[in-house]
Structure formats: C-alpha cells, structure tokens
Design a protein around this ligand. Sequence first.
Ligand SMILES: C[S@@+](CC[C@H](N)C(=O)[O-])C[C@H]1O[C@@H](n2cnc3c(N)ncnc32)[C@H](O)[C@@H]1O
Length: 456
Amino acid sequence: MRDEECVAFLQWALPRLDLAWPGFRKVRKQVCKRLARRLRCLGLADLEAYRAWLATDPQEWRVLDGLCRITISRFFRDRGCFEVLRDLVLPEIARRATVEHRPARIWSAGCAAGEEPYTVRILWDLEVSRAFPDASLSLVATDLDETLIERARIACYPAGALRELPQEFVARAFTARDGYRCLRERHKAGVAFLRQDFRVAAPEGRFDLILCRNLAFTYFAPALQLDALERIDSALAPNGFLVIGAHERLPATAKGSQPVGGNRSVLVRGAMPDAARLTRRLGGGRLGKIAREGKMTQRGVHAFDGALQDANIWLKAIMERLGTEDAHVGMMALRGALHALRDRVGPENAAHLGAQLPTLVRGIYYEAWQPQRTPTKERHKDAFLQLVVRNVPPGLDFNAEAAVRALFDVLWERIDPGEINKLIRMFPHELRELWPAIARIEAEEEEAEKAQRGEA
Ligand SMILES: C[S@@+](CC[C@H](N)C(=O)[O-])C[C@H]1O[C@@H](n2cnc3c(N)ncnc32)[C@H](O)[C@@H]1O
C-alpha cells in the first residue's frame, strides 16, 4: 500500500471516527501496516475496496476504530513531567489527603500496559510516602484495549519499556524474569485497571490528579477534545491537577489552567486566582528536596517567587541529567550550552528561543550576548563543543557533550515543539545528533513533509 493512498484514506476515515488526522501524521505507518493486514484478511485488493466494504458493513467501523489505536508508552516517558509530579504535585496531593484523612486519588486515562500509572505508583512508594507515611494512594487506570489491560495486570515488561526510568527505580521496583522486568507485588497493589472508553465514560468519584497523555489531545477531533476536557473537569477535585502529553495543548477555548513547576504539560485546573496562588505556593526544587529528605511539615512549605522556582526546576533537570549534585557545575553547564546554542543559531532565532525561556534562565541566556558576532558557523561536533567549553570557567570538571545533550533534552521537553523543530532543522547533520533521537525524527519528518508540499 502506497503512503499517499493510506494518507488519503486516513484523511477521509479519521474524521468519521471523530479522530483527528494531524495527530496521526507521525504515527501513520503503524496504522497503515494494520490496514494492509486487514485488507489481506478480508481478501480486498485496495483501500477503495475497503471504503466500499465500510459502506456495506457498519460493524467494520468498529474494527477500523481499533486499528487506529496508538499504543506506544514507556515508564517515566517525558521525564520532565514526572519530575514535577515527584517534586511538587504528588507531595501536594499527599498533603491534602493527609489533612482530609482520605486516600489520595489518581486516574490514568489511556494507561496502555500500565507504564504510566505504575510510574506514578513507584514514585509514590519510593519517594513521596517517605515524607507522608500516613497518606495512602488509590490509583485507577483505564484503557479501551483489553489486551493491554491484561498485560498491565501481569506487569512484566521488555527492557525497552524501562529505558527512561532511572536505574535506581528499576533496581528497586522490578525483578528480572525470563528476559523481562516484572514489577514487585508491593507496587502493583492499589492500582485498579478497568476497560473503559474515555469518549463516553469516566471512573466514579473525584480525583486529585488525572493523567490524560497522548490520547484525547492528540488523536481526538476538536469537538471530542472539548467533551474530553469536560469529562476531566467533572472528575477532578477542586484545584485538581491534570497532566497532558509533552507535545499536547488543551483546546484553545479551555480556561482555568496554570502550569506547575514551569512544565507546560502539568496543569492545575481551577478558578483563578486560587489556581495561580497554588502554583506559586508549590515551591520548586526545594519542596521536592525537603519532601525526599522526609523533613516536610505542613507549615514548612515556603512561598517562592515563581521565577526563582522555574529557574530552580530547570537547573535541577540539568543536574539530574548530568548526574551531578553540584549546583555550580549544573549552572555552568546550563550557561555554557545555552550560550553555544544562542550563538550558533544567529540573532533572530536566538531571540525567538529567548522569548520562550523562563525569566531567570533568559537572564543567563542573554548574558554577554554580542549578536553582531553571530551566527557562529560550526559544522562539526567538536567545534561546537569547543564553543561550550569557551563559555565556562577554565578547570571546571564537566563534560561539554553531556551538558549540551542535557540542555537539548530539557528544551525538547519544555519548549514549543514548532520552535524545537525549527532549531534542529537549522543544525547540520553532525550537530543534530546532539538532540534526543525522538526530537530529530520529529523534525526530520516535518522537514520531509514540508519538502513534499513544496514549502521551504
Ligand atoms: C499513545 S498511548 C498513551 C499511553 C500513556 N498515556 C502514555 O502517554 O505513555 C494511548 C492509549 O490510549 C488508549 N486509547 C485509545 N483510545 C481510547 C479510548 N477511546 N478510551 C480509552 N483508552 C483509549 C490506547 O489503547 C493506548 O493504550
């Protein structure tokens, strides 16, 4: 089956299933393969014949709906969001639950084979519960796919599903069995899996946190996205938290969201100014640190300036990727890599990127900028890394390549995807390799599609 034929078919069929073609653009190959298999199974020659088949057999639309389900997931996928959950959101809902003498309640909608809800469970068990020993957690996870739900209940995974999960958690939460990693029973407890269609139903009760990532706000048609948001809002407790995918946005008309911890996919939903006040009160890296050290008291949560909090979170994300506890090294790595990027992309692009950085990070970014001396024109990795080295104090114990990779990973998670794609496409191939693989693939696919459409 040719790609163009499959694309034309999907552009025709997806809206009829209340799904949105743009969400499928990058993952269409998976769906096209399934379609080819379905045609073989029905003995049909091509997609024209399949359209005719759909016209005569309304039940086939349900089969097609199943073929269009994207099931990719991983533990700790888009780590930035789980870092904010671990440091800010889970401690806050544990606090609420403790004060109100009830379990904390979380819903993972579109949970695949359990990677997402179990990641939350592991963070809760191994980190949050140390600071809140009296708080219990009830987690409900729903998915439409019965096979995935079965796999979630078994909870044994190939190594690839765990590749983003920090080694410390892999070692503590899993045991090895027949080439698979199986989750320990204690982390499976308290996670209830239900087969449920998110388009028409939600689990009962109110939730402190709902994760709806890489489902409604990527694959659903606009009207269905609004329904989905309504369903989420009615299931959320007041000032509850919502997590969406790293590359997703709520519908443009959605009101009442504030990002938490400078991460645009972790939101607190609620009436202003309560929600805004709450996000300010959630104090950046410090809260997480206190929580993890088990020293948190209900009155020990200080109000932090939002800008300081955002900068802290960026710094911490860099330090974690570098595996250093030394904030000076983290700061120098952030500064050196930001300056090298800024100077390599030239004044106009540098300004676009600068506009998206949190306030204090932007301050560091613009330090000693001499736009008239840019763009620098390095084409090779070594030369580009030299730029980074030149931007940090001599004798500092740090690895320039690791610093750049850490920064690019954090940028990819936190900056508008269109902006990231543009930056990657400006880089010669040898330098592109410094971006996370998935970011490169996305940018290169977009580049190929633009070329196909005859755009620059
Ligand atoms: C791309 S995966 C995302 C998994 C996980 N949330 C993540 O971000 O890693 C989408 C999941 O949503 C499920 N799904 C698709 N349509 C659904 C629906 N209408 N109701 C419930 N789950 C659905 C799929 O079976 C799949 O497991």
